[in-house]
Design a protein around this ligand. Structure first.
Ligand code: AMP
Length: 113
């Protein structure tokens, strides 16, 4: 856990979030500034800065499984959705605690900006 990390604080329950899924290793909550009708973030509870530092294939599987479950739970599995891992500066990452964006409920554009 990192003391000043906003997502660690959410994982510890120190700041509020609208949690939609919870498991021993990871959790999911609604993005504060949604870019789509469904916009949920899936995070590991332990601090991992970005996709580059994921050491455990099991953790990665847990995160992807939760992303898929969230899509089903939110009713966008059949209509379609996007899972995005913004990574470091060129990837547009602004919060350096690993998170997958699960976005859906509208037609996504390609290529992304
Ligand atoms: P990224 O730019 O990929 O690092 O995404 C960070 C995301 O975290 C953005 O979509 C923000 O809207 C979101 N975010 C930042 N702070 C919070 C918060 N306290 N609760 C929920 N989402 C947040």
């Amino acid at each position: 856990m990192a003391d000043n990390c906003i997502f660690c604080k959410i994982a510890r329950g120190e700041i509020p979030a609208t949690v939609v899924a919870d498991a021993p290793t990871c959790m999911a909550f609604r993005d504060l500034n949604p870019e789509a009708p469904v916009h949920v973030l899936v995070i590991p509870k332990a601090h991992v800065p970005s996709l580059n530092e994921v050491a455990s294939p099991a953790l990665f599987a847990d995160l992807m499984q939760m992303a898929r479950e969230v899509a089903k739970q939110e009713g966008i599995a059949a209509s379609g959705y996007r899972v995005v891992w913004n990574t470091n500066a060129d990837g547009g990452q602004t919060v350096f605690h690993l998170h997958a964006h699960v976005l859906g409920g509208r037609q996504m554009a390609w290529p992304p900006g």
